[in-house]
Design a protein around this ligand. Structure first.
Ligand code: PEP
Ligand code: MN
Length: 263
């Protein structure tokens, strides 16, 4: 079902007024984690003013250490809803487990399945029974075929609205947090009809590399970008080092729009 052989036309996923796929250029921006009302509302208003199409932010965070901040849970989802009411931006947020899927889906416009859960088949099957679009991130060491097979789990349960998100893979290179595999864009477009979004924030782990890789992603034909933006990156509870400040986000938006216009 994920294969282009069986479905030659590009899938276009519609999220309220926004279309993702068939060469669109959607920007999903926001903090790594929802931290507080002031934080989220300020960021939401700013990214909206600079042209973002959707707001991101985790209420359930998959942290390497169980002692790190795990997210605000449902309180975070309520703040995302408030940010949507204020800005009109649709919500992309992560669901980490089956128990919380229905609850997260009450608030989210797009359910994100994170890299660590890309092969959580029980969660994928449940996502396949949801009426909400799913953004499926590539696993930390997943091949493109494994990633597409995970999409297949969702599609095969009846949910046709899957967006793929490349967020970097593990390699021997330590300078960057992950190695952003931009060749995944043309490869996925050849093998599949599903839209593909690039996350240069997790893909590099460094804020100063986000704009260059966002430019390259758009030039390579990505259907969108997902980037982390924070009002005070130094104070962020997670991923501050890869989060853009407002002026960086504004600059990135200007450049990628120019590239999109000529691609
Ligand atoms: C995220 O986007 O919030 C996230 C945790 O990313 P990943 O699953 O790609 O690590
Ligand atoms: Mn993050």
């Amino acid at each position: 079902l994920a294969s282009r052989d069986f479905h030659p036309e590009d899938t276009v996923v519609k999220v309220n007024g926004t279309k993702i796929g068939n060469g669109s250029m959607v920007v999903i921006a926001g903090p790594c984690a929802v931290e507080s009302e002031e934080q989220l509302m300020e960021i939401a208003v700013n990214v909206k003013a600079n042209g973002a199409n959707m707001i991101r932010g985790g209420a359930f965070k998959p942290r390497t250490s169980p002692y790190s901040f795990q997210g605000l849970g449902e309180e975070g989802l309520k703040l995302l809803r408030k940010a949507k009411e204020i800005t009109g931006l649709s919500i992309v947020t992560e669901v980490m487990d089956q128990e919380n899927l229905d609850m997260v889906a009450e608030y989210a416009d797009v359910l994100q399945i994170g890299a660590r859960n890309m092969q959580n088949y029980a969660l994928l099957k449940q996502a396949g029974m949801s009426s909400k679009p799913i953004m499926l991130k590539r696993g930390l060491s997943a091949t493109i075929e494994e990633w597409l097979m995970s999409a297949e789990y969702i599609l095969s349960k009846g949910n046709p609205n899957v967006i793929l998100c490349e967020r970097g893979i593990r390699t021997f290179e330590k300078y960057t947090r992950n190695t952003l595999d931009l060749s995944a864009v043309p490869v996925v477009k050849e093998l599949s009809h599903l839209p593909v979004v690039i996350d240069p924030s997790h893909g590099t782990g460094k804020w100063n590399l986000v704009e260059p890789m966002a430019k390259a992603a758009v030039a390579a034909g990505a259907d969108g970008l997902m980037v982390e933006v924070h009002n005070q990156p130094e104070e962020a509870v997670s991923d501050g080092g890869q989060s853009l400040k407002y002026d960086n986000f504004k600059s990135m938006m200007n450049t990628v729009q120019k590239i999109y216009a000529v691609r």
